[in-house]
Each structure stands twice: as C-alpha cells, then as structure tokens.
Design a protein. Structure first.
Length: 123
C-alpha cells in the first residue's frame, strides 16, 4: 500500500531535506491529483511546519498520519559514501508511543549516531 510522503513520519523526515517552496509544490500537486473522495486535502503550510520541526529537532514524532491509532518516531540516516539519505524509525500504536516516547527517541538517535560514527571510522 502506497502512502503520500507527507502522511508519514518517515516521509516528513525526508521532506525536511527539501526547501519550503518545493514542499509546497509537492503538496499542491498531491492535492490536485487526489482521486479518493474520502482523503482530506493536505495544507502546504502544515506540512512545511512539520518538516521545519523535524529539521529543528533532528527527529519527528507522528500520530495518526498513516493509520488511525498508529504513530512513529523517525530520524535521518546518512550512510557514509552513499549519495542518499534514509529515514529510519519505530512505528507502533499511539498509546505505546506516548508512553515510551522519550526512551524510543533516545534509542533511535543513539543507534543512528553510533552507526554513522562506526561507519565513518571504518568499524
């Protein structure tokens, strides 16, 4: 099942790499091509703000973006010598995410930093 990039925590992290104007264009294009009458239109300013928050924090917590009752904590992973950036994270029920948010975020960010440091040093 495909999801729009702006409707997931991982997608918001990837959008955080884009300029505000490009995010606005992507969201407006999505809105213009929507065919599902049950889907709600995305607000460019809202998506731009989520991406800005992700950039500022270095991580993003989402709730109910992909699935009602589901959420995620995501961050970026930049493998050395790769010409791409990945988004990685945990997805789980919102109730557990709220309960364990701080611990999950710490584990995620720590492991990404360790991976990047190890990969840079050749370990």
């Amino acid at each position: 099942l495909k999801r729009p990039i702006h409707r997931s925590g991982l997608g918001i992290m990837l959008l955080s790499l884009k300029q505000e104007a490009e995010i606005g264009r992507l969201v407006r294009r999505y809105n213009s091509e929507m065919t599902d009458p049950t889907e709600t239109r995305a607000e460019p300013a809202e998506v731009q703000q989520m991406a800005a928050d992700a950039t500022r924090q270095g991580w993003f917590k989402s709730s109910n973006l992909v699935t009602h009752g589901g959420g995620s904590i995501a961050t970026l992973l930049r493998p050395p010598r790769a010409h791409t950036t990945l988004a990685v994270g945990f997805g789980l029920p919102v109730s557990l995410l709220s309960e364990k948010e701080d611990a999950l975020r710490e584990v995620l960010l720590r492991h990404v930093a360790q991976f990047q440091a190890g990969a840079l040093s050749g370990s």
